[in-house]
Design a protein around this ligand. Sequence first.
Ligand code: AMP
Length: 200
Amino acid sequence: MTETLNKIHNLAVFCASSDGNDERIYNTAYEVGRSMAKNDIRLIYGGSKLGLMGQVARGIMDHDGKATGVIPDFLKTKEVVHEGLDKLITTEDMHERKLTMHELSDAFLTLPGGFGTFEELFEIVTWAQLGLHRKPIGLLNINGFYDDLINMLETMCEKGLLKRDNLDILIVSDNFEDLLGKMRKFEPKPVPKWMNRHQT
Ligand code: AMP
């Protein structure tokens, strides 16, 4: 039997607006961009040239890939915005930005980051858990960065506060190409009938 694979042409990437101090993470962010360009996947992201966000965008643009930046008006300054992108969408606020990124993307990828990254990841997983979308969500665990978070999520399951099926929404790997393969094969479990408000 042939498997139907999820098409991933537009991938939203959530990641740090800082460089951090782990070279493996910093270099891998660039490699993710390079690999996306090679796989003909458009980057949908926050539009910044800073930190790991800038690294992914440079990895894409240096290899003739495509990138759409979605940036709220208040962040759109010369110090922040990546000027080499082929598309830049300005939104009124953060809420509109997240909605726009969601609408433009076939799937979501999270690299290491801080509060902003976590907020974006958990919002999109929560929407999936509520049946609001069925798009794959990947977590790239570069150099063990997310080990503690994965342990925390296991604790939440053990304590009966997170359903195993909902934890399984999150696809984890330490290798981008492997993660992409798993995301393409991802089949969401049906959500309980009373909350099936699947929209996309
Ligand atoms: P953080 O993980 O706290 O560094 O936040 C990174 C996330 O928040 C990114 O995925 C962006 O969507 C957003 N963000 C934070 N800072 C900026 C910035 N200077 N320019 C654009 N987006 C940003």
